[in-house]
Design a protein around this ligand. Sequence first.
Ligand code: NAD
Length: 242
Amino acid sequence: AGQLEGKVAVITAAAQGIGRASALALVAAGARVIATDVNADALATFADPRIDARRLDVLDGAAVDAFFAAAGPVDILFNCAGVVHSGSILEASDQDLDFAFDLNVKAMVRTIRAVLPGMLARGDGSIINMSSVASSVKGVPNRFAYSTTKAAVIGLTRSVAADFVARGIRCNAICPGTVDSPSLQQRLRAQGDYEAARAAFVARQPIGRIGQPEEIADLVVHLAGATYTTGSISVIDGGWTA
Ligand code: NAD
């Protein structure tokens, strides 16, 4: 039996990358996991009976409300959905920024609004929000829209933590450095010279390698059960900001 036995966890963007690794790790720690993603085909590749895979587009407020109304009690919410927009302020259109806010920030507002009344009724809940070191933690070149929105995630996390700390709710953010995932592979290939792009990403991680999704998932499991931790901003970046 794991430390999260009897708990129910909902994850957004769970079909691949950090979300997927976290679904597997939470299950290994004993939780029952509802793994959601907009990509139903990728979700269909989960084989574990303790993982209930369901399509959910976190941009769709009505769908988010309907999902949580039907989900039953949720103990752990991991808001993992997010998109990387590359470029400086000069390359980010209003539409780029609006989309980044919608997916990286407002989607979390939607899921937290939907899950919080049930958590408050039971006086217990752990919310984990995906930020990044590219945020208020560190200025990273060509990540204007991304960093702006990931900094907002830190603000919203601390705000929720402060408002509900006395009522059994914990809310924490995680700030990874560079992590190997399908979308990272896409970004590397998009640069033309894959090996050079990968070497540049490795070079900025003082630990000498890119992080693995499972390493971030360990932190998600820890925060899910860390009963004295709230409002924390956990940097997990291979020493990038050390
Ligand atoms: P990824 O980018 O490879 O996968 C993202 C997943 O999100 C996909 O399965 C996709 O289908 C899903 N998704 C996209 N739009 C969605 C929507 N509207 N509703 C529901 N799901 C949707 O995964 P990743 O690289 O592990 O990134 C996951 C999170 O971690 C993101 O928030 C990202 O910003 C953050 N992050 C990643 C890194 C990294 O280096 N990979 C570093 C720091 C933070």
